[in-house]
Design a protein around this ligand. Sequence first.
Ligand code: PLP
Length: 427
Amino acid sequence: MTYHFKCTLCGDELDPRTTRYVCPKHGDDGILDTILDYAKIAKKTSPRKISDSRDFSIWRYADLLPIDDAHASRFAPPLQVGWTPLYRAQKIGAQLGLSNLYIKDDGRNPTASFKDRASAFVVAKARELGVEIITTASTGNAGAALAGLAAAAQMPTVIFVPETAPPAKIAQLLIFGSRVMLVKGNYDQAFDLCLAASKEFGWYCRNTAYNPFTVEGKKTASIEICEQLSPSPVGTGEGRGGGWRAPDRIFVSVGDGNIISGLWKGLRDLAALGWIDPLRVPRLMGIQAEGSAACYNAWKAGTDKITPVSATTLADSISADIPRDGVRAVRAVRETGGAYLTVTDDEILAAIRDLARAEAVFAEPAGAAAYAGLVKAVKQGLVKSDETMVCLITGSGLKDIKSAMRVAGQGTRIEPSLDALRRVLKS
Ligand SMILES: *Cc1c(COP(=O)(O)O)cnc(C)c1O
């Protein structure tokens, strides 16, 4: 696989053998796109070939990732990441009047969030580079994903999280054996400390967007969606026209903006290869918490310039003062003709409950935010009833029980007798 980097700010092209993270001209803001050799990929593989693969993980798309084949099979950590279920959401679809709604449950990844896609790929690249220690800052999920995937590869990690991260996420870091730094500050402060530590001690840094490979791992989700929506069943080799089918819209929650940028990258790769119709790339719908809406603000103002906010939301995974991938995240929505929407914490909590009751998918607040945004988009008349839409649920509800319990209702305490049960059922 040959590839190179391109600065998202100045367009300078950079060699991965000499540049590890960001554009030297722009420092930590100069995050990099990965430019692939599409002609080479097209020669090597095809949708049909991939759909015949028996590898049901992100690695079925290894030929579209910036890593050599031999290295992908040698360095991929041995946990199953990706190929998460895409459900037809009949009940919610009926409630909202939508005939082609799907829910993709990325809480079904090994550490229960979408972040496993990025961490799996970064761990593979770290092994390829021969580094010893990997570090990241995280609101919790990116760290848990790195901790888990690094444990699978037997690599040590140092992880920086705000001390206020949900206990389940901190438990994941610890149980996988990471060295855990509980930062007395917010995610943005943890991010800066991790960056400084990486520079000081030479640890390989997974920090979201700063490491160019997080977006490459995350792009597997939109590729997967297009394959899962394709009319031919997997394994039959009957790719109609050889192509896959893109939805009309994808709803996703946005904090740092790296997931939405990853989805966009996957779609751009597929469009460049002609595997989806380049004229019908899905509109990306970015959902932010009202109290953490820097990307929404920039999109609304018609600029790429991100103005930091003072983030407050119970959806910890999308709480970001400075979205680290903000520029790309705003472009992703603008250039696909999508929209940004904000949702309140109350709407997010209601979404956790409604999604669980209608579709039996239990999401953490940031995951349910995408669904809350879909509900709002329908109310505002932004979508047509027959559009094919995917709502991406990015994290499991078991990550944050405290939030779920606020809308779950209460159990009934009873004596262990049928009489007591009868009394309760009657009242
Ligand atoms: C990280 C995360 C997000 C947001 O992703 P960004 O790249 O920060 O925009 C959404 N939901 C969950 C569950 C996450 O862990």
